[in-house]
Ligand binder design. Sequence first.
Ligand code: FAD
Ligand code: UDP
Length: 392
Amino acid sequence: MNPARSDAYDVLVVGAGFAGAIMAERAASQLGRRVLVVDRRPYVGGNAHDRLDEAGIRVHDHGPHLFHTNAQHVVEYLSRFTDWRPYEHRVLAAVDGKLVPIPINLDTVNRLYGLDLDAQGMEAWLAQRAEPVAETRTSEDVVVGRVGRELYEKFFRGYTRKLWARDPSELAASVAGRIPTRTNRDDRYFTDSHQALPADGYTPMFERMLDHPLIDVALSTHFDDVRGALRWGHLVWTGPIDDFYDRRYGPLPYRSLRFEWETVPTPGGALLQPVAQVNVPDESIPYTRTVEYRHISGQDAEVSTITREYPSDEGDPFYPVPAPENRELYHRYAALAEADPDVTFVGRLARYQYLNMDQVTAQALVTFERVRARLAQAHAGAAGPFHPTARS
Ligand code: FAD
Ligand code: UDP
């Protein structure tokens, strides 16, 4: 990757995650624009950044990132920059002193209640417990409507309250609606057709995306560090949209996580937990899950690295909070963004959407096509150092 070599670029991209890296790669390779990517963090990859830790284990700094998708065009695009290593994620939940599969499946119910149901039996069992919900609006509605209140309380209420600092009844149905219920024994977390990780890690994939003669990359560089000194033609913003507008309507809420890391000896290459991720719904325990990275990296080693995730309001913005009042506030910012032809907002923070990596990839590819003509005309120095309309 090239360091910054100029004070004028056709396109300035803020953020080196999926959204920013893809927009930069497209603008350079498809349109021949000169691009500078800045990121306030000292590395590329955004929240998907990974690295080898001191013990040589490949870890994900911002929580486990499992790539899965049904979108063939997304796989094809990313495959230009990486090979893949198949990986299917499995998760157990610590409930009633047992470790049982989540998403809830036939084994979850049989093991938890000492039953021997088959698929039909489980359907009938659930039908007796599911509560009729007139209109499925919230995350509580979606779960009690599927599995009833008891399983909701065992698996969802505490976990969700810890992660989001809100009751599921205050969160959009789409949050817990991400987790299916199964009456078979499939214990994979995802069922998408493509479940694989970049063969040598996410960070090398991003480095290859950004390795282009027309792309420069400035790390440990906040937008505010360069906005007065640089000139650019078009700005691509992938940070929080409220940050761009100096929070003039008030801050959009984001949840963050604090990670507690531990590397412990595992003689003979043993693993510490049976699967990569163990969820802890019990509200009296402050962390939500433990993640053992060797399951994900597939590495053999005499040590193993594990994290515990403590949800927090402080720290990097990780999760936009899907609730109606936040959506309304976002729309006020989005109206400012729509009125601004020289700035493109793309990605999870810029659109304030709880999106997976494949969805952000698809969004960036579509967004690039939508603004292609504008980017093609962007010339170094047409806008910036101060953007005339966007920032007061
Ligand atoms: P980001 O990756 O957040 O990139 C934005 C970048 O902009 C950041 O690097 C930030 O430093 C930079 N930035 C912001 N403001 C400024 C500024 N003012 N100046 C300079 N730089 C700035 N998705 C999956 O598909 N599978 C998973 O298993 C999965 N697990 C996840 C687990 C966790 C804990 C989290 C938080 C997310 C997970 N995701 C997962 C979602 C995934 O992280 C996102 O879809 C993806 O990383 C979003 O990419 P992005 O480019 O939109 O944003
Ligand atoms: N969830 C839960 N219990 C679990 C797993 C998930 O209550 O054991 C809820 C929780 O609200 C979470 C949402 O379902 O935010 C989506 O879970 P997912 O694993 O997709 O979250 P992410 O991977 O984004 O952390």
